[in-house]
Design a protein around this ligand. Structure first.
Ligand code: SMG
Ligand code: MG
Length: 373
């Protein structure tokens, strides 16, 4: 699995969301996505950069990721003709920018897997053909609006509900969802770093509701705080933003800062590192699940393949395409019996719908690598 790169396309697409998505750090109305297309003589592959428009979830943002790829990764790629694993040491001297690196790595991986006729799931070690789907529900203006949204998702078949929370929108929405839909619904919450350790007593008020987990209550670098919080509340702590590498996962587990880990390949530099985090967690008996960054079908396909690995024992944020998009840029992912099918074809297993892709494209740049010795 090697292949000289003939060039790289950077493409920006603007995808309107079916409804605004509000978290503790902001509201998304439209998804401005950077796509990377890697072209070799044998095949082409796609990678989706999960950076948001602004640096609010993590330090990266989409314009910055594109600039970083252009200025720092493309010069390295011009001479690259190795296995995708060789990209990691090539990119390693450049600090940070995991989402930009992941998008490029995924595009190259997809091209190499397609050339080798190997599905991404098989490459990673997937053991399932379909994965249980959860859904992430944004902060709403009112509890009745939230209950309507949750009712709709449960009727569609989602197997787990995640509520976004923040100070002022936590205990009451959780109580209301439990009262209306009962104790059997798999329910969890995600704070996106909105609390501090001084909120421990307040967060303990979530204990009676039997949540699967509370995701990233404290700041990204507050591992010790999460370990302390874990002794003060009964709800299991899951880390998202804090888990930036397999080493960070090993440390957080050793320090008892989390019992569960959310894995997002973009946050950790790609699917190779994501696979290592899965392995570290599995070796320590820590459950993992697949996170999401409102991906289009291209990014979703790869996430679903990852979620099919054996350590992914909790439903992920691997929703159907129509959770976010009326028109996806691939054939839509659909919910069947609360599950999403793992693509069976080579690489990520899906193709963009060319007309749709072109209709949402706002900018394309082609970087040609041929003719370079
Ligand atoms: O793709 O369904 C999805 C999004 C799931 O809540 C989600 N993602 O912190 O886990 C998280 C957030 C990050 C993105 S919020 C705009
Ligand atoms: Mg999260």
């Amino acid at each position: 699995m090697t292949g000289r790169l003939q060039g790289l396309e950077l493409r920006r697409v603007a995808m309107p969301l079916v409804s605004p998505f509000r978290t503790s750090f902001g509201t998304e109305h439209e998804r401005d996505v950077l796509l990377v297309r890697a072209v070799t003589a044998e095949a082409e592959g796609w990678g989706e950069c999960v950076a948001l428009s602004g640096p609010l979830y993590s330090p990266e943002y989409v314009d910055g990721a594109q600039a970083f790829i252009k200025r720092y990764l493309i010069p390295l790629l011009r001479r690259f003709d190795g296995h995708v694993y060789a990209l990691e040491p090539l990119f390693e001297p450049l600090k940070g920018h995991p989402m930009a690196k992941a998008a490029v790595q995924t595009a190259v991986l997809d091209a190499q897997l397609r050339a080798a006729a190997l599905p991404l799931g098989a490459f990673l070690g997937a053991t399932k053909q379909r994965v249980p789907a959860g859904v992430s529900v944004g902060i709403m203006d009112s509890v009745p609006a939230l209950l309507d949204a949750v009712a709709g998702y449960l009727a569609a078949g989602y197997l787990r509900i995640k509520l976004k929370i923040e100070p002022g929108w936590d205990v009451e929405p959780v109580r209301a969802v439990r009262e209306r839909f009962g104790d059997d619904v798999l329910l969890q919450v995600d704070a996106n770093t909105a609390y501090t350790l001084t909120d421990a007593e307040h967060l303990a008020r979530l204990d009676p509701f039997g949540l699967l987990l509370i995701e990233q209550p404290l700041p990204e670098d507050d591992i010790r705080g999460h370990a302390r919080l874990a002794t003060m509340i009964r709800t299991p702590i899951c880390l998202d933003e804090s888990i930036v590498s397999a080493r960070a996962a090993a440390d957080a587990i050793a320090l008892n800062a989390c019992r569960i880990v959310n894995i997002k390949p973009g946050r950790v530099g790609g699917y190779l590192e994501a696979r290592r985090i899965h392995d570290v967690c599995a070796a320590n008996g820590v459950a993992v699940w697949a996170g999401g960054m409102l991906e289009t079908g291209l990014g979703r396909a790869a996430n679903v393949a990852l979620a099919a690995l054996p350590g992914f024992t909790l439903p992920g944020d691997t929703s159907a395409s129509d959770r976010y998009y009326a028109q996806d840029i691939t054939e839509p992912f659909v919910l069947q019996d609360g599950h999403v099918a793992v693509p069976a074809g080579p690489g990520i297993g899906v193709e963009p719908l060319r007309d749709v892709l072109d209709s949402v494209t706002t900018e394309t740049e082609w970087h040609n690598f041929t003719g370079v010795s």
